[in-house]
Design a protein. Structure first.
Length: 116
C-alpha cells in the first residue's frame, strides 16, 4: 500500500524569450536613463543646489534600479507575468520622472517670481 506520486518539475521559460522581453523593455528603460542624463546636463549650469542634484541623480538611478528589480522579480514567472512586471516598473519610472520634472519646473518658476 505504498503510494507513489510524481510531480512534474515546473516548466521554465526559454531563455531567449525572457531575454527578448527584457531587451524590449530595456530599450524604454534606457531611454528614461538617457533622457535623465540629458536633463541633468541641461540643468547643471543653473546653479543647482544639493536638493536639485539629489533629484537629478535619482532620475538617473531609478530606471536602472527599477529594471533590475523588475527583472529579479519577474524573470522566473510566466512570460505574460514577466512582461507585466516590467511594464509596472516602467510605469513607476514614468511617475518618478514626472515628479522630477514637476520639481524642476517648480524650482524654475520660483526663481522667476520677482522679489525672491
Amino acid at each position: 500500500m505504498t503510494e507513489t506520486t510524481t510531480t512534474a518539475a515546473p516548466r521554465r521559460n526559454p531563455t531567449w524569450l525572457v531575454a527578448t522581453i527584457a531587451g524590449f523593455f530595456g530599450l524604454f528603460y534606457a531611454y528614461a536613463v538617457w533622457n535623465a542624463v540629458a536633463f541633468m546636463a541641461a540643468q547643471s549650469g543653473d546653479g543647482t543646489g544639493l536638493q536639485d542634484w539629489a533629484a537629478l541623480i535619482l532620475a538617473v538611478a531609478f530606471p536602472i534600479l527599477a529594471f533590475a528589480a523588475s527583472f529579479a522579480i519577474g524573470s522566473r514567472r510566466k512570460l505574460w507575468e514577466f512582461a507585466l512586471v516590467m511594464l509596472v516598473g516602467l510605469a513607476l519610472t514614468a511617475v518618478v520622472w514626472l515628479n522630477v520634472i514637476a520639481y524642476a519646473w517648480n524650482a524654475v518658476s520660483l526663481q522667476l517670481v520677482p522679489g525672491s
